[in-house]
Unconditional design. Sequence first.
Lengths: 404, 509
Amino acid sequence: MQNNLRILLCKGGMDGHTRPVRILARSLRDAGFDVILTDAYQSPAEICAQAIQEDPEIIGVSIHTRGHNRVFSAISKTLKEAGVFDDFALVAGGVITEGDYKTLNDLGVCFISSPGDSIADHIIPRLKEVGMAVSKNRIDAGELYSRMQQGGDTRALARFITLLANGNLTARQLLSANKIFPDPMTVGLSGSGGVGKSSLIGKLVNLLRKDHKLGVLCVDPCSASGGAVLGDRIRFQTYEITTDPNVYIRSLAARKVWRGVTRETPAIIKAMKIAGREIILVESVGSGQIDVGFKRIADTFIYVASPDMGDEMQMLKGGAIETADIIALNKADKDGVLGTEAALLSNFGGKPRKDGWTVPIIKTVSSDEKNKVCGIEELWEQVERHQKFLKEKPKKSRRTDRNG
Amino acid sequence: MADKGKILYTPELGYPGEYPFTRGIHKTMYTERLWTMRMFTGFDTAEATNERFKILLQAGQTGLSTAFDMPTLRGYDSDDPIAEGNIGLGGVAVDTLDDLEHLFKDIDLAKVSTSMTISGPAIVLLAMYFELAKKHGVNLASLRGTIQADPLKEFIAQKEYIVPPRASLKLLVDMIEYCAQYVPQWYPVSISGYHIREAGSTDVQEVAFTLADGIAFVEACLERGMNVDSFAPRLSFFFDFCNDWLREIAKLRAARRMWARIMRERFNPQNTRSLMLRMHVQTAGMTLTREQPENNIARVAMQALGAVLAGCQSLHTNSYDEEISLPSEKAAKIALRTQQIIAYETGITNFVDPLGGSYALEALTSEIEEEAFEYIKQIDAMGGMVAAVEQWFPQSEKEKASVEFQKKYDKGKIIVVGQNKFEEGEVPSPEFTPDKDVEEKQLVNLARVKNSRHSQKVKDALERLREAAERDENCMSYVMIAVAEYATEQEICDVFRDVYGIYHEPVSI
């Protein structure tokens, strides 16, 4: 199998016992799966919305509260109503007694694991089996493409992205052939680990989703095994965000990191535009060296920093931060923020660049504590200002990598 | 016998009832008074749970312990869409004071001590219980019981949080402060290691993280301006009793000795009772199997024996069917009888700390204490437990341990009788079946309560609560006024969500 099997893995319903799924996620990653881990308390509505957006082969729901009949009944119903029931393999785990197996099987669950099952000897082989059975049923790229073009068909967009991510040539050709398409601005976000990038993205999503159709792309690197745990969306999504048709979130595993994302990312961004997404946010792979090439992926590049950077600032010189259009100084309620702001200004901002743009430093707080949140609107104002700045320049100076 | 005990005196061990309390917090322990037999109970409606409470009291349990359903534990009412399918499933549903009235019908709150296992919305349930006591004419000054309330272990393990860590801590101090003044016999917190252990931590981590949580709570109360002796005697703890029997007993003794040292060295109380670690213990849920469930009776018996030999003040024993369902009445009774057999038949209650002096036990106690103090040193260096939780330290340590455990299990290095060795037979069907009509009953009742209450008074009470929260006042009495008017749990929690924000876990893997 050339491409990794993908599994959406979560706790179903009001269940917070995350120990088993977090262990299983690692094991699956080590066995070569891409695991979209969305953790605790996932309602059926959220599970289905995520499945449709992420297009995994397998939906894996673990339930220890004995609420499995209700949860799977709701999942089955919702998937059937969306016409996508046959697109996924449904698997279950948790505290499920044999007496309920028939009920679950009738609802479409094709594998049920019990506590004490060997992950390596029993669960993983079975998941590979059921996942492979599904991936054989992929539909035609052309059909997906025309459905996608009409806009509003999340499922078609999701499946088309899967084709692109897997290197499907027909899909690429269909995309390249399209020279006339809506071309909204894209915003890239990057920054070291621990700066609160994900919660900042969450605040931006909440700000924008009322009036705009958003596309959000989160990229994570693969481990040495070739598999990946894709755990970005869970860091900022809420029930409202996940189930809002205005928000499309997709997680990507980077088998090989290219420009902070993947080689297929520009094509995927273009697909989102064709499908009618009006604002596209791209989150690069997390901590570690942030690629200077990342700026070519988006129109506006926000670099996210935080006051605990300290000595790190010297190490960042010559790196991606020098290519940022805006610097968001997050966790601005922490000590040392003014010093960090001054240092950032003197090193990376303050003066106009060669292209005429002056990089602003915007202080933000994206904490859970409502009365502390600030700077989000100001940040977005700067993005809009930068986009206006770009529009007023001649066309050739817009970055060429954005659309694959 | 007392004279012969002198042979064992060392400063490390001390005497029972004396610093550092390694051998027990009371001089006479069970020779004078047994531990409280407190069976964790809750399912379906308040009426159903009330019946089970009474059955178990009749059967000889000596304290009550309440299990709530998930919506209640997370601060949602039964009529919120998120609650659908979860009402009464893992515990009893409580939306308003009315439910609590049914829950404790015909039970004399003056005579029984009640423990309530709830943390995120703890302040609401505590307020409801106190209002209920007042309605029953019970003087708050003599009311006895415990509420779990420990917020930090939620972020580390149980995940039943609502507002972010610092706000959660503030609400806890509100409860402790209120009780210190008005309900002095109440234990306003049960600082918990059980959940951390069940989520996969090691025994050393269980002790270290629990005591570090305790340090954070003491510091928060002192910051509020309270005197340490005004609240420390009413701090209680809650630990697991797992496999590796001697180590588990050693762990509990180490915890007692460590806490005494911590309290004396850091906080210098005047009252000896502020140095004592009072503990409730539960036999380990994660050791139970669904295969050959009767084996669980043997497991629980041995774990319970260990907990008693370790000197616990209160004990819950799991039922043999809990790996496949909530406890049936029959299974719950067997679990209670297990405790009674230990208490009345084994004769160990005639001795105080009979295992004291065992070379293996004392070596293990010191080893666990040493390793646990290493963790506490690390946590101190991070700025204390709240900072450590915000930096994801205990969470990641616990998770590493859980991955290690799974690896060992997968390699066959951990043997579970009946599950990966000596397997035979089919997994039986559960004996307990939940009430199919519980959702409807609860929704009908909630609607009735909402319709018959004075909605303007509720609005006013919630508004005053919000103002108090925004002014950073102690919220306890405002919550009590609101629950007395039959404000719902979610209505009150929504005020907190609004004022303090909703916690979002910041890390994946």
